[in-house]
Structure formats: structure tokens, C-alpha cells
Design a protein around this ligand. Structure first.
Ligand code: HEM
Length: 602
């Protein structure tokens, strides 16, 4: 596996695309020089070297501008030919819309999610375009448009070359970042594993949840605050590595961090274990991807000589490689045995890797597929659980009601079953309301692979033209807070909206207004697994703790919400933490909490 895998990383990832684009952009200069030489050779016309250099230099921006003008015009002709209209275009005040670009970067760094975009959506509508440095992008929060992109016209909308290139050094080619036939191959291979609930998942959740809760109790008994985000990320990492590879990294066995203001923090020296090193490397690899996605096209320039994810990936692969090799070896030794000889319980207890090695022993495919699912599945559930606990701390009446449901349905110590989870309506409402206000993939993108049209948000008007290769960015986060979709209280937390008349009025009438797991053929493969895992952990938490609160003093000062948010409508105005997003949503600086242990005879 190592040789095959290493062979893919020969060149730093920024170099080939930068060389390619530089080459393309310099072509006009090459033509000018070649033309001047041809002229002098043919007619003896001698043009001064300075003039040639000047013409060559000017030809680059000249052709570049010409291409932009042509492209813009051609969009209009192509739109007309399809009987469609162009979307309204947001225009800034400075050349290349530099002001909008700066505003966006500033909002991304210091603002609330979606800041810098709401104004545009209100003024130009829920489907409009904006050109940043002459590169057009469409932006939408329209449920009908999303239905078209994700479901009705699914084959036309790819993740796109740009996304694939950006994440390739970490994800290779797996289900999460492939398109077309390659995506179908990965999806077909992986999907059967997710089709049925496995009892063994619950036993696994129970072991890891048990250890996580023990750790929490130790901390709280000592009077310390605990970073719930860190803890639950360890829980999901341990569960995911066991579920995927059959070997857990045991990140929960390591010492947990202390708050910056905790006197113990200065006294404790933490020596990283193998689990810590894997978790840290895995985080670094994802951070490298997040930085690339944040920088846009420009990231390639910062990685001309070195792949920013390479060192981290070496560490990740050092953990993965022996596991993959062992799985392949084990599978080969099973070939030829009769059904009776094989382990009867194998079907239920098999890991995703066991399932995959039956279909292929290509180490690259196995590596990429398992790593894709680790990334797709680990932070997403950890983040949702983090925001669920944050909201339970903020709204004690919801906490109380949910705890009453847990005690009534399951009792103070019993292990929850599928059936329990399925029938706990308030628990599902709490999770859905968390996913509505804090969908862990808040912003996303698809790129049409050919010219097409999108529904016009104004149904009395013609459809909107969407040119091939122009990205359509969409925000589920913003769509989930639209008042016209969710009612006047859309910006507020209220799990009851999933149980009362608002459910039929809004969600049932238009299910595409709620897309935390995406929709259509590419809907999240782990949706049911995630609901099970999150429900299980919340139940265990509420069985063990009778009260929870935020410890705002433990929140690092630089990670507290800015004063300007106070007074804003809904959740933004009420925010006690700073929600941020890289690939997925997270709480900046961690979620520091304190909890009170439940009396066992409660
Ligand atoms: C709260 C938890 C979760 C949320 C909100 C979530 C959300 C999503 C979203 C929005 C996508 C679509 C991304 C895109 O195509 O651009 C996705 C895809 C995916 N998710 Fe999840 N996810 C969660 C948990 C999980 C878990 C636990 C697993 C696996 C164990 C998982 C596996 C996947 C896979 C494999 C894909 C790629 C599907 C494809 O492209 O065909 N997810 N998820």
C-alpha cells in the first residue's frame, strides 16, 4: 500500500495547477514573441526588443480582460438560447468587487456565520450571482433550487474539479469527493454496509460513552470545568475508528485538557500517546484542507514546494497501514472456506473495513474509502452533540423535559435500544432543532458539468441560466433560518416546532427546507448511524447528570462572542459562544461546561 499511495504524492499539490494556469495565461505573450520573430524572419521587419517585451507583457491582461468580456456576453447568449434569464448580480464598489471579497473574509474571520451574505440575499434575492476577482459564483438559499441541484438534476451537478483537487492529498478518491462513475463505484461499494442497524454499534457506543462519562465525572468531582467539545470528539473518534477499522485509537484514555484559567493547567505536563498523535495528525490534515478551502484558488501558491498535509498524513498512514494490511490478510485466509466455517456472527460484528475487503483488496481504494468516512462521520456527530449540549445548557426547561422523557422511557440506568430511540419524540425534536439552527455543513457547493437552468425563486419569471463550470454555493445554515420557510420565530430555538402544528405547516409541506444531511442520491450515508450515536450519547448523558451549565469564565477570552451580537434577533443575539466553520461547524475555543451528577435513586 505504501508504494502505491506514496506514488500519488510526488509533486507538491500547488505546483501542477499553478504551472498549468501560468502557462495558459502566458500563452498570449508567447504568441506575441513568436509573431514578432515570424514577421522579422518573413519580411525582414525588425521590431525592437523593448517593444516586443512591452507588447508581450500587455497582451496578458489584454487577452485576460477580453476573455472575461467574451465569457460574460456568451452567458447572455446561451441563457437566451435556453429561454432563461441571468440571475441578478450583486455588484460591489471596487474593481473586481474587492470590497465584497474583503467584507467576506472579514465576516468569515470575525463575524457570525452568514454575515456579509444576508444583505445580498435580501437585496438581490435567494438566488443571485456575484463575481469575485471576475470569477462568477452563484449563491442560493432557495429550497427549490436545492431540490434541483441535489435531486431532480443530480447528474448535472458535481462536487467539481476544484474541490477534488483541494482535498485530494488527504482524501484521495473516496465516496466523499468523487463524481460521476467513480462516485457511483464508491457509493455502491459502501452503501450496503449502512443499510441495516447493527446491534454491535450499540454495544460499542455503550463502552465508549461509559468511559467518556467516567472522565466527565472525575473532572466535575474535582470542581473543574470540562471542554465538552473535546470530550465528545474523542468519543466519536474512538467509536468511528472501532466501527471502521475494528481497532479503536483509545483517545478517551488520555488526559483531558484543562481550561486556560484552571490552576491545574499550569501544573500538568501532558505526554502525547499514540492516540493523541493520531488524533492530532488527523486534525492537522483536516485543518490543512480547511485552510485551502478558505483561501480559494490562491492556496496553490502557498503549496508550491511542500504539501501542507503531508507530515500529518504520514502519521495518519502509519496508524492505518498495518490495519489495512491485516484486514486484507484476514480476508484472503477466509477465501475458500465454506459458509459454515466462517464466523456465524461475522455479519453483525463486521467492521466497514471487513465489508470492503470482501469487495476489493486494492489498498488505495480501502485507504481512501475508510478515511473519507472517518472524516465524513466523526466531526459531524461530535459537532451536533456539542451544539445540542450547548443549547440544553442555555435552555434548562428543554433539558428538564428531555431528561423526563429519558427517565420515563428508559429509566435511570438501562441501556437504550433502537426501539427506545425510535419512540422518543422529544429527543428527536431536540436533535432536529439543533441540526436546524446549527447544521454541521453550513455552506456547500456544486458545479454544473454542462449549461443548465435553475428554478427562478419568483415562479412568475423564467428559469435562471446556470453556466457549465460556474459554482453554485448554497447555505443550508441560512436556509434553515429563513422566516418565510420556518415562520416568524425561525431564528429562535424551539424543539416544539417539530411536534406541534408548525411541523405540517412548514416542514411537511416543503421537506427541502431542512437539509442537514443533504438530499437526493448523495444524501449522507451515515444519517441513521448518526441519529443512533447522538441519541445514545444524549440518553446516557441525561441518565447520569441532572443539571448542566456553561462555564463562561473558562471560555478563552479571544473565543467569546463579540458585544456587537448582543441584541441581534434570535440565536445570534443570545449566543454565549462563538460558532465557526472550517469543513464543519465547531465552537471556537471549546464548549466549557459543568454538570451535576444525578442521584442514582432518582
Ligand atoms: C450529525 C451527523 C451528520 C451530518 C449532519 C452529516 C451530514 C452530511 C452531509 C451534509 C453530507 C453531504 C456532503 C456533500 O455531499 O457535500 C454527508 C455526506 C456523507 N456522510 Fe454524513 N453527516 C453526518 C454523520 C455521518 C456519519 C456518522 C457517517 C458515517 C459513519 C457519515 C457518512 C457520510 C458519507 C460517506 C457521505 C458521502 C456521501 C456521498 O457523497 O455519496 N455521515 N453527510
Amino acid at each position: 500500500m505504501s508504494s502505491k499511495h506514496a506514488a500519488r504524492f510526488k509533486l507538491p499539490p500547488g505546483l501542477p495547477p499553478v504551472l498549468k494556469h501560468t502557462g495558459i495565461n502566458c500563452l498570449p505573450a508567447v504568441f506575441v514573441v513568436a509573431g514578432a520573430r515570424a514577421l522579422s524572419a518573413a519580411g525582414g521587419m525588425n521590431i525592437g526588443i523593448v517593444w516586443i517585451a512591452l507588447a508581450a507583457l500587455l497582451s496578458i491582461p489584454f487577452v485576460y480582460v477580453g476573455r472575461i468580456v467574451y465569457k460574460t456576453r456568451s452567458y447572455k447568449w446561451r441563457a437566451a438560447a435556453m429561454g432563461a434569464v441571468m440571475p441578478r448580480e450583486r455588484v460591489g464598489k471596487r474593481i473586481g468587487n474587492l470590497d465584497l471579497l474583503q467584507e467576506g473574509i472579514e465576516a468569515f474571520r470575525h463575524g457570525y456565520l452568514g454575515d456579509g451574505l444576508w444583505g445580498g440575499l435580501e437585496e438581490y434575492g435567494p438566488l443571485h450571482s456575484v463575481s469575485l476577482l471576475w470569477e462568477p459564483i452563484y449563491l442560493t438559499t432557495d429550497a427549490n433550487v436545492l431540490k434541483t441541484i441535489l435531486a431532480t438534476d443530480f447528474p448535472i451537478f458535481d462536487k467539481g474539479e476544484d474541490f477534488r483537487e483541494t482535498v485530494h492529498s488527504v482524501l484521495g478518491v473516496g465516496v466523499f469527493n468523487a463524481d460521476g462513475e467513480m462516485w457511483k463505484f464508491h457509493r455502491t461499494m459502501t452503501r450496503p454496509y449502512f443499510t441495516r442497524d447493527r446491534i454491535s454499534h450499540f454495544e460499542m457506543f455503550d463502552r465508549h460513552a461509559d468511559l467518556a462519562i467516567k472522565k466527565m465525572k472525575e473532572r466535575f468531582r474535582g470542581g473543574h470545568a470540562l471542554d465538552f467539545q473535546d470530550l465528545v470528539s474523542r468519543f466519536t473518534l474512538d467509536s468511528a475508528t472501532e466501527f471502521l477499522f475494528g481497532q479503536c485509537v483509545h483517545s478517551l484514555k488520555t488526559d483531558l485538557p484543562y481550561a486556560y484559567n484552571d490552576p491545574v493547567a499550569a501544573l500538568v505536563v501532558r505526554t502525547p500517546s499514540a492516540a493523541d498523535r493520531f488524533a492530532e495528525a488527523f486534525l492537522k490534515a483536516q485543518a490543512a484542507l480547511a485552510m485551502r478551502l478558505r483561501m480559494g484558488w490562491v492556496w496553490r501558491f502557498s503549496e508550491l514546494t511542500k504539501d501542507a498535509s503531508a507530515d500529518a498524513m504520514k502519521e495518519v498512514d502509519a496508524y492505518l497501514q498495518p490495519i489495512l494490511e491485516e484486514a486484507i490478510r484476514k480476508n484472503r485466509s477466509q477465501i475458500g472456506k465454506s459458509g459454515a466455517e466462517k464466523d456465524q456472527d461475522a455479519e453483525d460484528s463486521e467492521t466497514l473495513l471487513d465489508h470492503l475487503v470482501k469487495l476489493t483488496d486494492d489498498p488505495v481504494v480501502l485507504h481512501d474509502e475508510t478515511l473519507n468516512i472517518l472524516i465524513a462521520g466523526r466531526d459531524t456527530t461530535a459537532a451536533t452533540l456539542t451544539f445540542a449540549v450547548y443549547l440544553l445548557c442555555m435552555y434548562p426547561e428543554v433539558f428538564k423535559r428531555l431528561r423526563a422523557e429519558v427517565l420515563e422511557h428508559i429509566g435511570p440506568t438501562q441501556m437504550p435500544s433502537f426501539e427506545d430511540i425510535r419512540t422518543m419524540k422529544y429527543l428527536r425534536a431536540v436533535i432536529n432543532e439543533t441540526l436546524r439552527l446549527y447544521p454541521v455543513v453550513p455552506f456547500n457547493v456544486r458545479v454544473p458539468n454542462k449549461d443548465t437552468t435553475l428554478p427562478n425563486p419568483d415562479p412568475t419569471k423564467p428559469r435562471v441560466f446556470a453556466p457549465a463550470n460556474v459554482a453554485v454555493g448554497y447555505s443550508v445554515f441560512m436556509m434553515h433560518r429563513r422566516k418565510d420557510y420556518w415562520g416568524p420565530d425561525a431564528a429562535y430555538y424551539d424543539p416544539d416546532r417539530w411536534l406541534d402544528e408548525r411541523l405540517n405547516k412548514y416542514f411537511t409541506a416543503n421537506p427541502f427546507i431542512f437539509l442537514p444531511f443533504n438530499a437526493g442520491p448523495r444524501i449522507c450515508l451515515g444519517q441513521q448511524f448518526a441519529y443512533n450515536e447522538m441519541s445514545f450519547f444524549l440518553i446516557r448523558l441525561l441518565q447520569n447528570f441532572s443539571q448542566m451549565e456553561l462555564d463562561l469564565s473558562a471560555q478563552p477570552p479571544e473565543a467569546r462572542p463579540p458585544h456587537e451580537w448582543a441584541g441581534a434577533e434570535g440565536q445570534k443575539g443570545a449566543e454565549k459562544i462563538f460558532p465557526k466553520a472550517h469543513l464543519t461547524l465547531y465552537v471556537h475555543g471549546g464548549l466549557w461546561v459543568k454538570m451535576t451528577e444525578a442521584e442514582r435513586d432518582a
